[in-house]
Ligand binder design. Structure first.
Ligand code: BES
Ligand code: MN
Ligand code: ZN
Length: 497
């Protein structure tokens, strides 16, 4: 896709289609009004007939408008002016793109009025346009054998109008937005794959392939023997019941110039979670192929930092295992020793994410990181608490948690902080080991965080529970690509870009 910024002269842009916003009461945006006067009142006439409501989500394609160079215009509903903000702006653009992609339109100028004030500055405008175009173009990587749908005609997107002083920022936004969309698509492709394809070894191969693509990336894969040497007893306990051997993936972005301590991203890579001996109920168990979404987000972020050549050291750590029941599988009540030397009573084999993460978080120490962020589809309890709109965020460093929550707001990929105070750790007490891997039903998302906190003392650490946000069920079942936009914003800011 070719992205460009335009400054003015919408009526004379040589594109196939211009995309214009119209409010619900028929009020035209500034750009729509300009097209209206160029066409001697054509839009006003059309709106006067009541053919277009301006409601959010509605679009109308009109052709052969006199007075403008483009052969078509697409009206997209902005809703009411009083409610109009960044969210409705995003929706109006997404609806417009859905409509555009159904046609053979090859080039568009996005002239959808922006919300007033500072809600969408030139940089985030560019970034949002490229991100929305990218996600609209995403098609699920299905394994259907029928005819593949035609590749979309869209080749070129102009975004504007942007004042001269803002063009550089908007162009940078477009570049970053394109990278975020590509990264999110990588996450989605990996997570959408079935678990018989996407195994721990497959994830390791994908990491190696990424390393070949970018010279700044260095990839190292620990096999079972190397994992044993690291004494990752908890990770190995989870992997034991599977015929798929575990992998521990280290992927480092080492830019030529970088300042500050590295950021370590740790991803939960359970390529399938049956629950193990604490077997899950059959309904929706297929969705547990998405239980490696955290690790896919880590790979996505490393591809992004490499592509944008961010002057920031970033290390990705991925604990990749399959959680299966078997004769030799870990059993409830088994006690294992983590890499940190702490013993864990595994009361529930379905609480496997924290077991692989505790060993990965311990491994993070050797990088002397400035920040450690783990990303995991960790608990159903987080979905109960926050639903599918916010990821859960908690940690031991309020500045870092605040940074992530703020990044989520800017990226429209929000997270909500849960209170990780001392009391929750009491629920993890065990009579037989240093602690248990579960703390009962109450506050389950937080007791999972409290477990991880035992292994991150002295580190600046935050945890993102994306169980409710990384994928969706229902008719549109599939990976959402979250929280890659949030993490991308966090990393880009940390790199000072
Ligand atoms: N992968 C699941 C969490 C999950 C549940 C993700 C639903 C997405 C949707 C995790 O490994 C798990 O099974 N957690 C248990 C923990 C419990 C045993 C303490 C859960 O949430 O039920
Ligand atoms: Mn589980
Ligand atoms: Zn799991």
């Amino acid at each position: 896709m070719q992205f460009e910024v335009y400054a003015k002269g919408l009526a004379t842009l040589s594109v196939d289609c211009i995309v214009l916003g119209v409010y619900e009461d028929g009020e035209m945006s500034e750009e729509a009004a300009a097209v209206d006067s160029a066409s001697s009142g054509l839009l006003k006439k059309l709106l006067g007939r009541g053919d277009f409501s301006g409601r959010s989500g509605e679009t109308l394609l009109i052709t052969d408008i006199p007075g403008i160079s483009a052969s078509r215009a697409l009206l997209t509903g902005l809703g009411t002016r009083k409610n109009f903000g960044r969210k409705l702006w995003r929706r109006s653009l997404a609806s417009a793109l859905t409509a555009v992609l159904r046609t053979r339109i090859a080039s568009i100028a996005v002239a959808v009025e922006r919300p007033p004030g500072k809600e969408l500055d030139d940089y985030y405008f560019g970034r949002a346009v490229a991100e929305i175009v990218g996600s609209s173009l995403y098609r699920v990587n299905d394994l259907k054998t029928g005819k593949k749908p035609k590749t979309p005609a869209l080749q070129k997107v102009l975004a504007g109008p942007v004042k001269k002083s803002g063009i550089e920022a908007a162009e940078r936004g477009l570049e970053h937005g394109e990278a975020v969309a590509a990264a999110a698509a990588l996450q989605r492709d990996l997570a959408n794959l079935p678990a018989n394809v996407c195994t721990p070894s497959y994830l390791a191969d994908q990491a190696k392939a990424l390393g070949k693509q970018h010279s700044s990336l260095r990839v190292q894969v620990l096999d079972e023997a190397a994992i044993k040497k690291e004494k990752m007893g908890c990770l190995l306990a989870v992997a034991r019941g599977s015929t798929q051997p575990p992998r521990f993936i280290v992927i480092e972005h080492k830019p030529a110039k970088s300042a500050g301590d590295p950021v370590v991203l740790v991803g939960k890579g359970v390529t399938f979670d049956t629950g193990g001996i604490s077997l899950k109920d059959p309904p929706n168990m297929d969705e547990m192929k998405f239980d490696m979404s955290g690790s896919a987000a880590v790979l996505a972020c490393l591809s992004l930092v490499a592509r944008l050549k961010l002057p920031l050291r970033v290390v990705g750590l991925i604990a990749a295992v399959e959680n299966m029941p078997a004769g030799n599988a870990v059993k409830p009540g088994d006690i294992e020793t983590s890499a940190a030397g702490l013993t864990v009573e595994i009361l529930n084999t379905d609480a496997e994410g924290r077991l692989i993460l505790c060993d990965a978080l311990h491994y993070a120490r050797r990088f002397e990181p400035g920040a450690v962020v783990d990303i995991a589809t960790l608990t159903g309890a987080c979905v109960v608490a926050l639903g599918h709109h916010h990821s859960g965020c908690m940690g031991n460093d309020q500045d870092l948690v605040g940074e992530l929550v703020a990044a989520g707001v800017r990226a429209d990929d929000r997270a909500w902080q849960l209170p990780l105070t001392d009391e929750y750790a009491d629920q993890l007490k065990s009579n037989f080991a240093d602690f248990a891997n579960v703390g009962g039903r109450d506050g389950g998302a937080i007791t999972a965080g409290a477990f991880l906190a035992k292994f991150t003392q002295g580190l600046k650490w935050a945890h993102l529970d994306v169980a409710g946000t990384a994928y969706q069920g229902g008719a549109q079942k599939g990976s959402t690509g979250r929280p890659t936009p949030l993490l991308a914003d966090f990393l880009i800011r940390r790199a000072g870009r």
